[in-house]
Design a binder for this molecule. Structure first.
Ligand code: PEP
Ligand code: MN
Length: 339
């Protein structure tokens, strides 16, 4: 961090500020006295320093961060890729993981049938929402806890570990007991109380990008979970809001190489929520594999026209089969192992 002092600030004030920062934050400080102003260069962990407070001082002209505000998620301090183990399925490193399943769990027959179909085509994790974040309170809200039990039945039938969304801290204990990978949805990416609770959980967290959040805000949300004690975080790009209305969201493919440079955490792509249209899912999934994503999460439904949620963007098992036939050689080409 660099602090530029106002011209004319006395040496005494500079020394006082420097001593205070060293005492409060344990940083070491180099002072450069120029003709017009002095500059303080702070070295060490500056994450706890409040830039806004410093900038408010009468004698401070400007404060600039040179290091990122995230530590645990930062690739600089953890150069090798993190591999997250989801009940035996390794996400990150050299793997390409395919998570598939319906937007929401609707019945025993539906979830077990889809689980069997996607497993046969190479998916290694089953998704399905039991608690759904819907824009309208009148839309289907998910089956709730009975939906979780149906996911467990599908897991027992197929062996696929399960991924489902957690919306409230009141279900943390239940999810810790029943769910293999806990999804935090786009709408809750900055629900900081929920993130802190995820930090106390013992299951890995799949953190989707918020509707209009920057890379840094997204990584800071991962940092919340990690700082609270749970370092098993996987990021998921699912499209962001832009001026374009043709697609549901705009898939930000740049996020994948950018996040890989900024962080060591694995990153998946959800082409279904990005596109909002079933016929665009396959090309976007292929693009995700080509830019180095660690996997994809795709919505698959046995009867999309009658799905209770997101049927328009769901693949049928047959189109998922086709997608996998395209993805398989592509993952080989980019040097990743499917599974
Ligand atoms: C979902 O995965 O079903 C979902 C609601 O996703 P998002 O939070 O990305 O909208
Ligand atoms: Mn959905």
């Amino acid at each position: 961090m660099v602090i530029v002092m106002k011209p004319g600030t006395s040496q005494e004030s500079i020394q006082n500020l420097s001593a205070q920062l060293q005492k409060d934050f344990g940083v070491s400080i180099g002072i450069t006295n120029g003709v017009d102003c002095s500059i303080l260069g702070l070295v060490g962990d500056t994450t706890h320093i409040d830039i806004d407070k410093l900038s408010m001082r009468d004698d401070v002209e400007r404060v600039m961060r040179v290091a990122e505000p995230y530590k645990k998620a930062n690739r600089k301090f953890h150069p090798e890729d993190t591999v997250v183990d989801v009940n035996g399925v390794k996400i990150g490193g050299g793997s390409f993981t395919v998570i598939a399943g319906p937007c929401s769990v609707e019945s025993e027959e539906q979830i077990i049938g889809i689980a069997e179909d996607v497993k046969a085509d190479g998916a290694t994790l089953l998704r399905g929402g039991a608690f759904k974040p819907r824009t309208s309170p009148y839309s289907f809200q998910g089956m709730g806890t009975p939906g979780l039990d149906l996911l467990l039945e599908a897991k027992a039938a197929t062996g696929l570990p399960i991924v489902t969304e957690l919306m409230s801290p009141k279900y943390c204990e239940l999810f810790d007991e029943k769910v293999d990978l806990v999804q935090i949805g786009a709408r809750n990416m900055q629900n900081f109380d929920l993130l802190k609770e995820c930090g106390h959980m013992h299951k890995p967290i799949l953190l989707k990008r918020g509707l209009s959040n920057t890379y840094e805000e997204w990584i800071m949300s991962a940092e919340y979970i990690m700082a609270a004690g749970n370092e098993n975080v996987i990021l998921c790009e699912r499209g962001v809001r832009t001026f374009e209305t043709y697609t549901r969201n705009t898939l930000d493919l740049s996020a994948i190489p950018a996040i890989k440079r900024m962080s060591h955490l694995p990153i998946l792509v959800d082409p279904s929520h990005a596109a909002g249209m079933y016929w665009m899912v396959e090309p976007l999934a292929m693009a995700a594999a080509a830019v180095g994503a660690d996997g994809i999460m795709v919505e698959v439904h046995n009867d999309p026209p009658h799905a209770k949620c997101d049927g328009q963007q769901s693949l049928t098992p047959a189109s998922f089969h086709h997608l996998m036939s395209k993805i398989r050689p592509l993952t080989e080409l980019v040097g990743k192992k499917l599974g």
